[in-house]
Design a binder for this molecule. Structure first.
Ligand code: 5GP
Ligand code: ZN
Length: 115
């Protein structure tokens, strides 16, 4: 399934739920987390509905590579100069709450709420 009509992040991709966008291209969307843990907290998602990292296939390698390479560029653009964390929660035991693959990129001066 490339789009899940019940998925909150697919709705954000479709513009049915508003988000504070940071970056967008044909394959990727980046927006601010609604409950940030730190001064900068963005979510990078594929526009394609992939449920979690557990569902990645070899053909997703380029997509995930582009997503990863985008992080340092965006962190710099958002003013993060002293390091950042990237987190991908996978499945229930991995603490995943939204079942559309996403990478958290978190930075800015500490203290942070979590993490
Ligand atoms: P997870 O625990 O699945 O890795 O993280 C899901 C993240 O999505 C959480 O940090 C949560 O704050 C964020 N989130 C959930 N719903 C929305 C939403 O509607 N808009 C935005 N911008 N973030 C959301
Ligand atoms: Zn989705």
């Amino acid at each position: 399934m490339s789009h899940d009509p019940h998925c909150i992040f697919c709705k954000i991709v479709a513009g049915q739920i508003p988000s504070k966008k940071v970056y967008e291209d044909d394959e990727l969307l980046v927006f601010h987390d609604i409950h940030p843990w730190a001064p900068v907290h963005v979510l990078l998602i594929p526009k394609l509905h992939i449920t979690s990292m557990a569902d990645l296939q070899p053909e997703h390698a380029g997509l995930m590579g582009r997503m990863t390479v985008l992080v340092p560029r965006l962190m710099k653009e958002l003013g993060v100069t002293n390091g950042f964390r990237t987190i991908v929660n996978t499945g229930s035991d991995g603490g995943q709450e939204v079942f559309h693959l996403h990478m958290h990129a978190i930075g800015g001066p500490r203290p942070w709420l979590k993490g």
